[in-house]
Design a protein around this ligand. Structure first.
Ligand SMILES: Cc1ncc(COP(=O)(O)O)c(C=O)c1O
Length: 400
């Protein structure tokens, strides 16, 4: 175990170990950290549904009906009615034939990419098959990268949102089985993948396309159905695999894939993170069904989130901050230097604001940033408090 200590010593010496503050209370704009009331600007509870009274009521009803655990894998004793009801609801919400749900979004990515790209061998032709290739945007989420690693196929990256580079990778691997995979909203930069163009390239080069709707579901598109609605694309046709998490705007836990019936049937018997893991809490499915219903019937949360995001991003620009390519509720401000980013976050906390810094290896070297996220439930006053604090700290740290 000596190497463990050596690594920890290295992390401590270079201030790399995360602060990991203990947070008390629900994911509201104000939380308690170390007994102090602090403004939260880092939550994924974008629409505020995690503590919406109707969602809480549904979760409680779910616990009363099913208890707290699923008590088994979906293939065995955990195939509970409420999970199937959520699958049907999310399939309808995303406009696909069917859906399958994992306990987390991480497990969904891991289990989907590895199952699709390294499938069982059921005939002699499968033993002779060439390796497939996973062509991934360089800024994709870690769970996509880990799914690609687990698939044991060829891994190729294209420059962030760069269609010329994607096309050159598609040409390079023309004769192989190809999976293009991209976040639809990028988790660290808050920008949107050009899915209309990616869908065209997918067709031209006969590739499969998978998107991760973690930060788009409930937000993008005219009625919050996500990036397919935003771009006018069809599930199962323009995009083969629509994956998402239930842990952001949907406010609970879980991960899903929506797509054609055969894709879903296949994943149920090929995705190891689905087969060999206990299904998520039944109450999570109950809460998620209600969250989807609220997104359909109460558009005010989404509208408020969009207004808040625009206000905060524009105000940061007025103060001279670089918000990189952010177009959504994820709004980073670029600091650059790691130590300054750490100092910035710590000073924010002294001012009563939680805004964590993100550094290498989570983002590129010298691109350390403070990653803010906005919620529909933030008030103008709370956002102004954040802006004033950032203005002061910028001066103190001599940031240009
Ligand atoms: C783009 C993306 N995909 C997948 C995940 C993993 O989802 P979960 O937190 O539900 O495991 C995240 C979570 O941070 C994410 O941002």
């Amino acid at each position: 175990m000596k190497y463990v200590k050596r690594i920890l010593d290295y992390a401590d010496k270079n201030d790399l170990y995360p602060d990991m503050k203990i947070i008390d209370g629900p994911a509201e704009p104000e939380v308690f950290i170390d007994g102090r009331k602090v403004l939260m600007f880092s939550s994924n509870n974008y629409l505020g549904l995690s503590n919406h009274p109707k969602v809480i009521e549904s979760a409680i009803a779910g616990i009363k009906e099913y208890g707290v655990g699923s008590d088994g894998s979906r293939l065995l004793s955990g195939n509970i009615k409420i999970h199937r009801e959520f699958e049907k609801a999310i399939a309808k919400f995303k406009g696909g034939e069917d859906a399958i749900v994992w306990p987390t979004g991480y497990a969904a990515n891991l289990g989907t990419i590895s199952a699709l790209m390294n499938p069982f061998k059921v005939g002699p032709q499968d033993f002779l098959r060439f390796k497939g290739v996973i062509i991934s945007d360089e800024l994709n989420h870690a769970s996509i990268i880990d799914g690609a690693k687990l698939s044991k196929q060829i891994k190729a990256k294209y420059k962030h949102r760069d269609m010329t580079d994607l096309e050159s990778q598609l040409k390079r691997y023309k004769w192989r089985r190809k999976l293009i995979v991209t976040d639809s909203v990028f988790s660290m930069d808050g920008d949107i993948a050009p899915l209309d163009k990616i869908a065209e390239l997918k067709k031209k080069y006969n590739a499969m396309l998978m998107i991760d709707e973690a930060h788009a579901t409930g937000i993008l598109g005219k009625t919050g159905h996500g990036s397919l609605e935003h771009f006018g694309l069809r599930t199962g046709k323009d995009v083969d695999i629509v994956l998402g998490t239930c842990s952001k705007a949907l406010a609970a836990t879980g991960g899903f894939v929506v797509g054609d019936r055969d894709l879903v049937r296949f994943l149920r018997v090929a995705s190891r993170s689905y087969m060999f893991s206990t299904a998520m809490m039944p109450a999570a499915s109950a809460a998620l069904i209600k969250a989807l219903e609220i997104i359909e019937t109460e558009p005010q949360h989404r509208i408020r989130l969009l207004e808040n995001s625009d206000y905060l991003r524009n105000s940061f620009h007025e103060l001279g901050f670089d918000t990189l390519t952010s177009q959504t509720q994820i709004i980073p401000i670029l600091i650059g230097d790691d130590r300054k980013a750490i100092a910035f976050s710590r000073r924010l906390l002294e001012e009563g604001i939680f805004g964590p810094n993100v550094r290498w290896p989570a983002v590129e070297k010298n691109k350390a940033r403070i990653r803010f996220t906005v919620m529909a439930t933030h008030t103008k006053e709370q956002m102004n408090k954040l802006l004033n604090a950032c203005k002061t700290i910028k001066k103190e740290l001599n940031l240009t």
